[in-house]
Design a protein around this ligand. Sequence first.
Ligand code: ZN
Length: 149
Amino acid sequence: MKFNFQRVKIKDDIRYHLVDYSSCDCIEKLGMVVVGEKTDELTGGNKVGAFIERIEVIEECGYNWENYFYYRINKCPICGENIEIVIGEDIDITQAYLNVIEECRIINDEIEKTDSKKKEVELFKRRRELDKIIDRFFCKEEFILGSKE
Ligand SMILES: [Zn+2]
């Protein structure tokens, strides 16, 4: 199995994006293997890899929440096929990010200045689109085997 990631940089922030992959059919059926950047329960430290996810429900004082634990695997637990993680060249998208931030700033100024309701609605619409783009810049990419359509 092979998972190709790309390191994406925004200023000092580093994200890993899954570019493409190939995997055995059996591991997809497990449905609890996560490929992405996780902290391994046994060795610690953040690493990109394939992990078995274990969810523990904790109940305390009438509240409950879920704790997630990740255990790194190097082979498919069913057929034994090796899992290869390839991390390609860095892409620096800092400038693209700064451009979007700048457009947000300009739109905010225009929203403050405009007297036109119609224009304001349009500006807010564009502002929401930009917010979504910003969210996408920082979304952590992980991939759960077995969950794809
Ligand atoms: Zn397999």
